[in-house]
Design a protein around this ligand. Structure first.
Ligand code: BGC
Length: 487
């Protein structure tokens, strides 16, 4: 039995643990997709969306802002007062709560009413009167075709949301309407993706060395600073104020045959809300890692290679294993693998006498493979972005590479970052590795959204005019993503 288990584990190791040469292949395909996606009529799995954020904060912004960070299982709210001094944060209040599961499938009106009422309650809790007009930075982390810095069109729901009445609509307008229904006037100078907001937060707090931001949490994604001359897709009527603009790669959709896709991934995709979409996200992000692990454990159990030939009931249930459990096991460095043992006992229902060190080692090996594959793939795509920006060319003196990061997995799974940077070293070598600094901004994307709102406000104040959205419909500018594919 144990011999078979080892053989089977070895087989999964071979398929999930990519050597440097394979990771370089993933990087190269990612780069090709990125270049195709930047073209106006490109047919790519990367949307490469211009965000209209062409000025990032530099620490001189000031004012009083609320922010709403909505993009997955948790709603994060913040109240931020930026002082007149450089990088001066006079006050920051934060609050977070779970988004009720049932809202994922309700009408958009209910979802946006929830966002508005939660913010109003939050203002009340921290004693901020809502009699005037509240200024809100809105971080909305779903694929949006941005028309201006504070308007756009939701292209599709992802991450298990299916609220009717939102796709094709402007999320800023939906939020504004929700506040009106509560009798509260708001101004929303910016709507941004969480990756752009993360980049903005690091720029505000740590200087101008960050050009890329990546998020790995419930979902995953990255944005980076692109030269506008490389961006034929940006809206022709939009008058850029600088030579650069943040581009939202929407890398969740990245697809390539060189990705290490298992039968378990294909089954998960087929049974998901959006089959054929968000391939990269389904291999790597928090919404899926627990489910991938469950499916692999189940396969081992069914062929008699785990649990002494029994198939534990729990493992038959979709969603029974949560990604946070995979995270705990991934960071289990206790000699007796106590965290893994607790998972086996409390979640899988294994009797203490069967909860052996051998079983724990095997289960940990499976969870590690799931987490490490994600970290390695993330390394390959981050290197893709660094390569595109010309920041890994060791024939020249290397510039400091600051990577702004956020998301539960990057923040809370210590071994994940270790694996990711180790893979970056394998792909690009010691020098690039030594030059890479990861920064998790205090206050995260919610703080960043407030900073972007502040930058937008400051600009409007100094220029004496607002952003003018183009008159034509956006659909004429952006080609659709390549049709869904079975992976
Ligand atoms: C969304 C992105 C977002 C990412 C992280 C993905 O599912 O498509 O827009 O940035 O999740 O929240």
């Amino acid at each position: 039995m144990s011999g078979n288990t080892e053989e089977m584990l070895e087989d999964y190791r071979r398929r999930m643990n990519l050597p440097a040469a394979e990771l370089r292949k993933v990087r190269d395909v990612f780069l090709e997709e990125l270049h195709t996606g930047l073209e106006r009529s490109g047919n790519s799995s990367l949307l490469m969306l211009p965000t209209m954020v062409d000025i990032l904060p530099d620490g001189h912004e000031h004012g009083e802002f609320f922010s709403i960070n909505f993009g997955g299982s948790t709603l994060r709210l913040a109240y931020v007062v930026l002082g007149k001094g450089h990088k001066e944060v006079d006050r920051i209040e934060e609050s977070e709560q779970k988004i009720p599961e049932e809202l994922r499938k309700r009408h958009a009106t209910e979802l946006f009413d929830f966002l508005a009422t939660e913010l109003i309650d939050f203002a009340d809790r921290i004693d901020i009167p809502i009699s005037g007009r509240l200024t809100i930075g809105f971080c909305f982390s779903f694929p949006v075709q941005q028309i201006s810095i504070n308007s756009g069109r939701l292209m599709t729901w992802v991450k298990g949301f299916e609220c009717e009445g939102a796709v094709g609509q402007d999320p800023t307008r939906l939020l504004d309407d929700a506040f009106r229904r509560q009798g509260v006037l708001v101004s929303i100078p910016a709507m941004t993706n969480d990756t752009v907001a993360t980049l903005a937060a690091v720029r505000y707090r740590d200087g101008q060395d960050a050009f890329i931001a990546a998020v790995m949490g419930t979902g995953t994604n990255a944005s980076y600073v692109e030269q506008i001359k490389n961006l034929p897709k940006y809206l022709p009527q939009y008058m850029p104020r600088t030579s650069d603009m943040c581009v939202n790669t929407e890398w969740p959709g990245f697809f390539s045959h060189s990705l290490p896709i298992l039968n378990e991934d294909q089954e998960l995709d087929a049974e998901s809300d959006h089959p054929g979409q968000h391939c990269f996200e389904k291999l790597t992000a928090g919404l899926y890692l627990g489910e991938i692990a469950r499916r692999i454990l189940l396969r081992f159990a069914k062929v008699g290679c785990l649990f002494g030939g029994d198939v534990p009931e729990t493992l038959l249930r979709q969603g029974a294993v949560d990604s946070s459990q995979v995270g705990r096991i991934h960071s289990d460095d206790t000699p007796d693998l106590l965290k893994t043992g607790a998972f086996l006992e409390q979640i899988v229902g294994i009797n203490p006498e069967k909860n052996t060190h051998t079983l724990r080692t095997q289960v940990k090996a499976i969870c590690d493979l799931v987490a490490n594959r994600s970290a390695q793939l993330m390394a390959a795509t981050v290197v893709g972005l660094l390569t595109h920006l010309g920041r890994v060319d060791t024939s020249q003196p290397l510039q400091k590479n600051v990577l702004a990061i956020d998301g539960g997995i990057l923040i809370n799974w210590p071994n994940y970052r270790v694996q990711m940077t180790a893979a970056i070293k394998e792909i690009c070598g010691q020098e690039v590795y030594d030059n890479l600094h990861m920064k998790i901004p205090a206050g995260g994307a919610a703080f960043g959204a407030a900073c972007i709102a502040a930058a937008a406000n400051n600009y409007m104040r100094s220029a004496g005019h607002g952003y003018r959205p183009p008159a034509r419909s956006v659909s004429s500018y952006f080609p659709p993503r390549r049709p869904s594919q079975t992976f």
